[in-house]
Design a protein around this ligand. Structure first.
Ligand SMILES: [Zn+2]
Length: 196
């Protein structure tokens, strides 16, 4: 797990970037930190316990990445290819993903809660026990995916496709759905209501 070291800037409660004393926003040279992070990700080795929040990443081929227990919360990710990546216990909450590809990713116990997804594709993925609660997603595709035990409660979904997915124990409680397709999926095994 990433270190829970806080930023040294007075009054800042954000987590410090791994191996640095401040958070990304209070870094002396955030630009170089970001390049360092991108370079580390592009090595395609196992990235474990790495923390950099509020980062802005664009136009990167991060396919076949292996990310374990990393924290990239409040990040912005545009035109990033995460295809065939393995993402376990990673925190991407309150982030923005624009035109990102997650084709055939495996996500286990990862947290994307409160994030926004625009024109993203998760086709053919195994997204298990992951947290997408409170997300806003538009023009985004989860087709042919296993979403076992993944939480989409309180999400706002517009033009989102869940065709031919395993939705067993997927949770859509209090989700708002506009132009959402569950065609060929076992939506009867998903949760849409709570029993009281
Ligand atoms: Zn800070």
């Amino acid at each position: 797990m990433f270190d829970f070291i806080r930023c040294s800037h007075p009054g800042c409660n954000e987590f410090a970037v791994t191996k640095y004393t401040t958070c990304f926003q209070h870094a002396e040279n955030p630009e170089s930190l970001q390049q360092e992070a991108a370079a580390k990700l592009l090595e395609k080795g196992i990235v474990g316990s790495y923390c950099l929040t509020h980062g802005e990443f664009s136009n990167l081929d991060l396919s076949k990445s292996s990310l374990y227990a990393c924290k990239f919360s409040h990040g912005t990710f545009q035109d990033i290819d995460f295809s065939d990546s393995y993402i376990q216990l990673c925190f991407f909450e309150f982030s923005t993903f624009i035109n990102c590809t997650f084709h055939e990713v495996t996500s286990k116990y990862s947290v994307f809660a409160g994030s926004e997804f625009r024109e993203c594709s998760f086709t053919g993925s195994d997204i298990l026990h992951s947290n997408f609660s409170g997300i806003t997603a538009s023009h985004t595709v989860f087709d042919d995916s296993d979403l076992y035990y993944t939480n989409f409660s309180s999400s706002k979904l517009s033009h989102v496709s869940f065709k031919d997915c395993n939705l067993k124990k997927a949770d859509f409680y209090l989700s708002e759905r506009q132009e959402v397709s569950f065609k060929y999926s076992n939506f009867e095994e998903a949760l849409f209501f709570r029993e009281n």
